[in-house]
Design a binder for this molecule. Structure first.
Ligand SMILES: Nc1ncnc2c1ncn2[C@@H]1O[C@H](COP(=O)(O)OP(=O)(O)O)[C@@H](O)[C@H]1O
Ligand SMILES: [Mg+2]
Length: 269
């Protein structure tokens, strides 16, 4: 690859056409959403949320509204509380104050989050190393009541979408770090969620695969999902429709939806 020149190139792996400019890449054709399904199209509303570990808050008074159709980026330095915030939104890490809602439904527990169609792609991928990539996607679908044939079909589709169509029967421990991250993204996409929380989903990826994953998340947003992405990556953040920044657990809007700030009383800073 020649650095610093714009050119179009086909990724030899699976026919994805991308435009390369320096170290950044953009998909020339927008991908289809992995799983067609009518989404709830409800906002994710976060009001005054604080939370942490062992009674000590590391996230303080976070408030925002993320709209269906949009990608919201959460940026901030390592240790700022981005992952803790996502686990709190997922109802899996106790909030010490505030409230989280999807539409009118309060999220007070992990079960509430699953019920409201919230799904998390954790940082570090959280795949079971001794299962295959496909099994890692099928099992959580079965656990949420998806029929086996449908779960297998969704796993195959989502692996294909992330460029791992031939790797479904590989054990996760046989995959590279970047392939594992794409498998984790496939698992998120296969869920066909109403609210997608992706914790640094492109941190291990090259430019082409980063563009691919961001385009797939964009397709989810276009299908009516709320998409929240934490990232260190300025290119991923730049693709988002809105951005909040966390520093030592406190947030500021970098750019946002004025409507949310005006109508919902979410503080603009
Ligand atoms: N399981 C945990 N137990 C106790 N403290 C934790 C745990 N996970 C994270 N922390 C602390 O919470 C703070 C925020 O961490 P984290 O949410 O992982 O930040 P980020 O994702 O922005 O890098 C850090 O000080 C970190 O050490
Ligand atoms: Mg983190």
């Amino acid at each position: 690859m020649r650095i610093g020149r714009r050119r179009t190139e086909t990724d030899p792996g699976d026919g994805v056409v991308v435009e390369l400019a320096g170290r950044s890449a953009r998909l020339r054709d927008e991908p289809e959403v992995v799983q067609e399904r009518e989404r709830a199209r409800l906002p994710l509303t976060v009001v005054g949320v604080s939370g942490g570990y062992d009674g000590v808050d590391v996230v303080h008074d976070v408030a925002f509204e993320a709209q269906p159709g949009d990608i919201l980026a959460i940026t901030g330095p390592s240790g700022a509380g981005k992952s803790t915030l996502l686990w709190t939104l997922m109802g899996a890490q106790g909030a010490s104050g505030g409230r989280v809602q999807v539409g009118a439904q309060r999220i007070g527990s992990h079960a509430d989050a699953l019920e409201a169609g919230v799904r998390l792609m954790p940082q570090g991928n959280a795949l079971a190393a001794t299962l295959t990539a496909a099994e890692n996607i099928v099992l959580p679908l079965l656990a949420t009541g998806v029929e086996p044939a449908q779960a297998e079909a969704r796993a195959a589709q989502s692996l294909d979408a992330v460029g791992l169509g031939d790797s479904g029967d590989h054990l996760v421990e046989e995959l590279s770090g970047g392939q594992q991250q794409r498998a984790a993204a496939a698992r998120l996409l296969a869920a066909s969620a109403d609210v997608l929380l992706a914790d640094e989903p492109t941190s291990d990826l090259d430019a082409v695969n980063r563009a691919r994953i961001m385009a797939l998340l964009r397709a989810e947003a276009r299908a009516g999902a709320v998409v929240v992405v934490t990232t260190h990556d300025p290119e991923a953040a730049a693709e988002a429709d809105a951005e909040i920044h966390l520093d030592e657990g406190r947030m500021t809007w970098v750019r946002g939806r004025e409507r949310a700030e005006r109508e919902e009383g979410v503080p603009a800073q």
